[in-house]
Design a protein around this ligand. Structure first.
Ligand code: FAD
Length: 436
């Protein structure tokens, strides 16, 4: 199933596409897009909802070659120009060879650059924005078959990065990178809930990237993964390592709050093999091999699952956590894992991170009807706090409700209608959410 492009990665969605195309050259891509029917780019198929669906031709970029190297780094700015169909793990490997590193990663390295950026996919860290927030330029082929380049500073750019595939097929992503850096990962277990709530900001700021795993119905937070830069800095911007003080204090802080060291390597989902998890136990390694939770050569998470996520303005973080805990008995029976992360804000029109944000993630058992029932309760509790759903996961808010969550949605719709006046790149829920 994992290699079957007629279904998504989780297998919960069969696409409506009538054809699949794998263009090898810019001319072939332009010809496919310039045809009369609907077209939609498909990434690595890791979205759980129908954001990537089309009734026309699915375009995969895994054989696409624009005649330039897959990864080109500007030696002065550190900006990397990357083929859009690359997976994040592949990009991390190639950048490391050139002495560079992506600044942030999602929980898995298996997702494509263009697909992850299009849905505002994110990792964790008080100073880490979503993956799209590091993007400084895009090359895309629009409905007329022409290739366009948009860069930060262009009027359309903030609308074009998190764009749900609605503006065209992105062929290159230009992203900021840092000099290569190492990260160590320490896992602690059984952090009391009261401690998490009382010290939330201190905990999330104690390491470069912090993830707390919970099944919500329990007395304590089952695991906290602390990903610390080996140079000791806990944010992107300090630049000054403190010789290990910060990394010791992150773990020490959690132990002082009542957590315990993990007994050995952990997997975020109870009962799953920790061999699939990235290296723990404080062993430093390249950033792109520690910032994700899952190793590139293993199946991430479990596979038999559905996912939802709500992005809550940071000022409502404690209230949102208390609200979900209050639903613990409803949520827990369906839940395989819950995760709490933080994400820094950005200025992209469809980014759910328009300020600093708390991300509340849910990995569900694959029972869509039961999941939708629980989501109604969760959304009733979280949407009044300003929460927005993840574009690539499952939610029950109506298209009108979702559009109203984004102040620049009308501008995005106007941009989509200008670049794609006949709705070639619509499909799935884009047909409902974008006015014709
Ligand atoms: C196990 C698992 C773990 C996950 N962990 C995280 C996580 O940690 N954080 C998080 O935020 N999300 C996470 N997700 C969700 C996932 O990152 C998003 O759904 C993401 O969009 C997947 O990227 P993709 O390449 O599979 O995109 P797809 O699902 O294939 O497509 C998503 C969208 O991108 C568009 N697109 C794809 N390629 C292009 C292109 N070349 N040009 C234009 N548009 C394009 C599609 O048209 C579609 O609209 C996880 C998903 C799974 C299955």
């Amino acid at each position: 199933m994992r290699n079957d492009v007629s279904v998504n990665w989780a297998g919960n969605l069969t696409y409506s596409a009538s054809a699949v195309a794998r263009p090898g050259t810019p001319d072939e891509l332009a010809e496919i897009i310039g045809g009369s029917g609907r077209v939609k780019a498909l990434g690595s198929r890791h979205s759980f909802c129908d954001v990537a669906d089309t009734t026309g031709t699915h375009v995969l970029l895994d054989a696409y070659d624009d005649g330039r190297p897959a990864v080109v780094v500007d030696p002065v700015t550190g900006v990397a120009s990357l083929r859009a169909g690359l997976l994040y793990g592949q990009a991390g490997d190639a950048l490391l060879e050139q002495g560079r590193a992506l600044r942030t990663m999602a929980s898995l390295p298996h997702i494509s650059l263009a697909g992850a950026v299009a849905t505002a996919t994110h990792g964790s860290g008080d100073t880490n924005g979503c993956l799209a927030s590091d993007v400084v330029g895009l090359e895309l082929v629009t409905a007329d078959g022409a290739s366009r380049t948009l860069r930060r500073g262009d009027a359309d750019f903030p609308g074009a990065v998190v764009a749900l595939g609605a503006l065209g097929v992105v062929t290159r992503v230009e992203t900021a990178t840092d000099p290569a850096f190492e990260v160590r990962q320490d896992v602690v277990v059984d952090l009391p809930w009261d401690a998490l709530l009382a010290e939330l900001d201190t905990i999330t700021g104690s390491a470069y990237s912090v993830s707390a795993f919970t099944r919500w119905g329990e007395d304590s937070v089952s695991q906290v993964w602390l990903k610390s830069r080996a140079d000791g800095s806990s944010s992107r911007d300090t630049g000054s390592g403190d010789g290990g003080q910060a990394r010791r204090s992150a773990r020490d802080l959690l132990l002082g709050l009542g957590a315990r060291d993990a007994p050995g390597p952990m997997h975020p989902l109870a009962g799953e093999d920790p061999a699939a998890s990235t290296v723990q136990g404080g062993v430093p390694g390249p950033a792109h091999q520690r910032l994700p939770h899952f190793r590139a050569e293993h199946t991430p998470s479990t596979g038999a699952e559905l996912q939802s996520e709500y992005l809550v303005p940071r000022e409502h973080a404690a209230e949102a956590i208390r609200a979900v805990r209050g639903l613990g008995r409803t949520v827990a029976p369906l839940l395989l894992a819950g995760e709490i992360r933080t994400v820094a804000g950005d200025d992209l029109w469809l980014s759910p991170f328009d300020g600093d944000t708390l991300a509340l993630h849910f990995t569900w058992r694959p029972d869509i009807d039961a999941v939708r029932t629980v989501l109604r309760d969760l959304e009733a509790a979280l949407l009044p706090l300003g929460a927005r759903p993840h574009w690539g996961k499952i939610f029950v808010a109506t298209p009108g409700e979702v559009a109203a969550m984004f102040p620049r949605f009308a501008d995005f719709a106007a941009l989509a209608n200008r670049l794609d006046p006949r709705g070639k790149f619509r499909g799935g829920y884009l047909d409902d959410i974008l006015p014709a």
